[in-house]
Design a protein around this ligand. Sequence first.
Ligand code: GCB
Length: 584
Amino acid sequence: MYPVSNKDRSIISLNGIWQFRFAGDSTWQPISVPGSFNTQLTDPRARYYCGIVEYQRHFTIPKIHGGERRVLRFDAVTHDAEVFLNGSPIGTHRGGFLPFEFDISALPCGAEHTLMVRVNNRIDYTTLPIGIEGGTAFFGSDNPGVPSVENGKKRLHAYNLPNFDFFNFAGITRAVRIYTTPQVYIKDITLTTDLDGEDGIIDYVVETSGDAAVHIAICDGEGELVGEGSGKCGTIRIAHAHLWYPRPGTPYLYTAHVTSDEDTYALPVGIRSIEVAGNQFLINGKPFYFKGAGRHEDSPFRGRGTDGCLNVKDIDLLHWLNANSLRTSHYPYAEEMYALCDREGIVVIDELPAVGLNFHGTKNPYTELDTASYHAELLAQLIRRDKNHPSVVMWSLGNEPDTENYPEDAYAYWRALYDLAHRLDPQDRPVTVVCCQNNYTKDITAPSMDVVCINRYYGWYNLAGVLEVAQIAFNEELEFWQEIDKPLILAEYGADALPGLHAINAEMFSEEYQVAYLKAMNACLDQREFVVGEHPWVFADFDTQQGPMRPGGNHKGLFTRDRCPKMAAHMIRDRWATIEGQAH
Ligand code: GCB
């Protein structure tokens, strides 16, 4: 559970300036946590370093915490971590976007300790996301089909090529804390909500570490008690409930105050229902239209490091756009962002870091990569972390896998995860995987999901610059999906626009072309009832691996990287003002 401070629990932050060095170096230098190391140092190794770096700091736990259970928690370390206390290993963790923790109660209070973390940023065929092992790269300087110096094997630095289009930022990217709990503590809380006429139904399950009497009180927005229950599980009826609605509705939040004999934990509850019915996506029984964008946790100095200002700013800009949703492309975000989305009524499609399972037919990712069981493990961790957020309305198992060249293998791989998500999620949310532009007639995976999510670049990567033809091709494809009769979200569509580049004739890379492109695609969407959402790619420009198509990164943003609106942002804002999105 997310660390909190209350009458029974406390937090000691370990954020701040740590010591840092590349493994093998003898001297330390300062680094800020949370943050990516790639952006903070002028050392030429920092940007494309591949391998192990070391972080170190000292800390003392005040003596007053002596009788309590003490836990060291990392919100995320990208990608793999080996943790040492006073020189001895205490554990390891795989994966760069989910939290992990260690019980360090045995460590004496009142004395100084040394915490060291060895961070490995290597990505390969066993990691998620996927890194290229040798050979050619899609987003690298090795152009498939064109021989390069021994196919790129003679790189000056170790190989760490992303098989995805965002910079492989690494380091201790999210908060580090020690939190305390009583000895017998609340281990987990699961809340599910539903509607019964005017009433809200909250089912709860509370797990404690030992025997303890559990009580749960539900308070409304004014702090008034509106329902309660005793025991480790049960159902609470809230008469005439205020529902949690996405913007422009009111994202009403109750608070669940859970107490066990010694422990206390409070968390927000949004009462809402989610359902896929026919070709509609229903929230609280009413059709919902996703207006929003994919985004990256990305900013100039912090890289992917958690940045509260950036999160608040981006939510505010989503409001400004008249948006109501967000996809955590292409990895689970920092927990603080989900809390903001709960409060601010932004619906979240919560995505696993499964990107890069696609070699465009040159390799079968389902037989040549080794990700299946790890992928399932990450899914379980994600659901456990985010299951209670009212803002989270759908799980995305991954982004743009190959579903076309090995259709049966793809189906077996993704369908197993789909089934697992439905089994594990107490709220049984809809599940999707976001599919790549492909020969959709061969794709048996996308149509098998609860919601079809597709990324399409007609008029950019295909049929570049010819929007009339792009529209014909996209409409033809939409005819195909109409027959499938499931709700469809256009989860990505976009055109790079270099901010300030203008043209009388809308040509590629100009702000005018980005506007014309989005308008052309929107016109296709507007004719289709089964289309339940549009997420232009991307919310803001972001950093990528260098490459011939990426001048200073990816420029498909509605906003620049420093969050100034491009012409397209104004156009989308006006458009979304006229699309209600949600009956409320
Ligand atoms: C995609 C990917 C996204 C890229 C985008 C692009 O399909 O899902 O990660 O950034 O295209 O701009 O090429």
